[in-house]
Design a binder for this molecule. Structure first.
Ligand code: OSB
Ligand code: MG
Length: 371
């Protein structure tokens, strides 16, 4: 049956992170993004969240390119075509090259709307099997070693299932050695956000003594060949993040032996349909996956949680609780983590209600597209 979309509303949101988040590229604290609302003719409303940042340091997309793609291309495609299932959105968007975060934001709203129309949770609509999911935490680069150790300590005490820390040249092996000394048995991983290249092989091999769960995206953001070379001489499993922008990227990386683990981010791969395809492929080929984060507000976080209920998400994700990021989130209830675990809501769709008051308070701009 056709999903009778009546209108799509774009809200530009401004929210301030409780603490700045620092990576090998710099710091960010103000988060700007779009909440996409897809409303049908029967009063159902589906929500999606765009995850690009204001500058293109992670991948090439930005808040502005997301708006450009959505208003100048993606809306028209939806207005001109009927859909019966969100998978069709992915196909309809295929002629538009990449711009995955823009596509995912819109596709996510359609997925939520679809699930609500079926009166089932988004997790169920995706084929999820878990009632609860394990959660880890990603710690940005800290000013001092002492800050880092304190941060790890408090997150472990809060029950988070693994610690991910950001590394970059000059703040890596020695720092990780100190962390290991203080936390000999803690599940720890490091994320380089593509800060190294093959000249650093000998340097990176020192990580093997530290029994990390994995190293995430050590080499170039668009590479799978050099990562295969590195993985061949390194015991520490490599996890790819930036390099995997599609199902085809995942297939090629696995065939080449470029990684043992994949971080799936819905926005980076162009939506839930593509994320699920990558998941299914990894399940078949025994590649571990986990759900990455983009410092999302509640809507994006809820989508990540639903995706993580699929069976091959066997490692804790970066879907920490709302209160770690925000004074006040835009969903109700907020995402709560207890002992490193999130209980999956069973309400229809994303399973959390929008906090309309908070949403309104954080909205700086609104655009409506009628169908
Ligand atoms: O590389 O996984 C990443 C945050 C922003 C951009 C890229 C990354 C990250 C994180 C934090 O590691 C994830 C989160 O807590 O949402
Ligand atoms: Mg990463």
């Amino acid at each position: 049956m056709t999903i009778p979309i009546k209108k799509i509303t774009l809200r530009k949101i401004n929210m301030r992170l409780k603490n700045p988040f620092t990576t090998s590229f710099g710091s960010m604290q103000d988060k700007e993004f779009y909440i996409i609302e897809a409303a049908d003719t029967e009063g159902n409303r589906g929500f999606g969240e765009s995850v690009a940042f204001t500058s293109p340091w992670y991948t090439e997309e930005t808040v502005k390119t997301n708006l450009h793609m959505i208003e100048d291309f993606l809306m028209k495609i939806l207005q001109e075509n009927e859909i019966t299932h969100p998978d069709e959105v992915t196909e309809l968007f295929r002629p538009i090259k990449r711009n995955n975060m823009a596509k995912a934001a819109v596709e996510g709203a359609v997925w939520d709307l679809y699930a609500k129309r079926q009166n089932i949770s988004l997790a169920e609509a995706l084929g999820g099997v878990k009632q609860e999911i394990d959660v880890g935490i990603s710690i940005g680069i800290q000013p001092t070693l002492k800050d880092l150790l304190n941060s790890i300590e408090s997150h472990m005490q809060a029950g988070y299932k693994r610690i991910k820390m950001k590394i970059k040249p000059g703040q890596d092996i020695d720092m990780l050695r100190e962390v290991r000394k203080r936390f000999p048995d803690t599940p720890i991983m490091a994320d380089a956000n593509s800060a190294y290249d093959l000249k650093d092989v000998e340097h990176l091999k020192q990580l093997d003594d530290l029994h990390l769960m994995m190293i995430e995206q050590p080499l170039a953001h668009d590479d799978i060949v050099d990562h295969a070379e590195l993985q061949a001489v390194m015991e520490t499993p490599i996890c790819l993040d930036e390099s995997i922008q599609s199902f085809e990227d995942a297939r090629k990386a696995v065939e080449l032996g470029s990684c043992e683990v994949i971080n799936i981010k819905i926005g980076r791969v162009g939506g839930l349909t593509e994320a699920k395809r990558i998941h299914d492929y990894c399940l078949k080929h025994d590649i571990a996956v986990w759900c990455g984060g983009m410092l999302e507000a509640g809507v994006g976080r809820a989508h990540n949680i639903a995706l993580t209920t699929l069976p091959q998400f066997i490692l804790p994700g970066d879907t920490a609780g709302s209160s770690l990021y925000w004074e006040k989130d835009i969903i109700q209830p907020e995402v709560v983590v207890e002992n490193g675990i999130i209980q999956i809501p069973d309400k229809p769709g994303i399973g959390y209600d929008l906090d309309e008051k908070a949403l309104e308070a954080f909205t700086v701009e609104k655009k409506v597209f009628y169908f």
